[in-house]
Design a binder for this molecule. Structure first.
Ligand SMILES: [Zn+2]
Length: 170
């Protein structure tokens, strides 16, 4: 896959260029369906089974993103934060956005904040080293936001929308 293809594809994600390469690269793997899940490896005889090593369910990308271990609670919490930003209900925060972020929200700062949260969620969920607890997820989001806030231009990128991440601590 050449850079040209990637450029064309993420050109459709509004506001994407405002983020650093490091933020984007994990999400690329999900958007382009490049994650070597055991379901996929098993299909080409590179894995002896197609079960998740942590919970013995079928190991697919959807499984890793929203079903394995504490993922349902983490996704629900993320949906609630996005629903606050978008002033809607959690029913309108779609799981398919994790793999196809083809939405566009106004104003642009809101779009950037939604993209940032989803990119971070995906980045967190596709790590596989250890079991990913919900407390780990909160800590990860706080830490990565802190890093983002070291950049003086962040207000013009995401405004104050990411303050929704503080809710569990109130
Ligand atoms: Zn699992």
């Amino acid at each position: 896959m050449g850079n040209k293809v990637i450029g064309r594809k993420y050109g459709k994600i509004y506001g994407w260029h405002r983020f650093r390469k490091k933020t984007k690269c994990h999400w690329y793997e999900v958007i382009y369906d490049l994650i070597p899940t055991r379901h996929r490896l098993h299909a080409i005889n590179l894995s002896s089974s197609d079960f998740c090593t942590q919970c013995m369910q079928l190991d697919t990308i959807q499984h890793r993103l929203t079903q394995c271990g504490q993922a349902p609670a983490q996704w629900k919490w993320t949906q609630e934060r996005l629903a606050i930003i978008l002033r809607t209900s959690t029913n309108h925060i779609l799981e398919e956005w994790l793999q196809r972020p083809s939405f566009y929200f106004w104003p642009l700062k809101r779009q950037h904040a939604v993209l940032w949260i989803i990119a971070r969620y995906v980045q967190f969920r596709i790590q596989r080293e250890t079991e990913l607890t919900t407390q780990d997820y909160f800590n990860f989001m706080q830490h990565t936001r802190w890093k983002l806030y070291q950049d003086k231009r962040r207000f013009e990128v995401v405004g104050n929308y990411l303050s929704v991440l503080d809710y569990p601590y109130r």
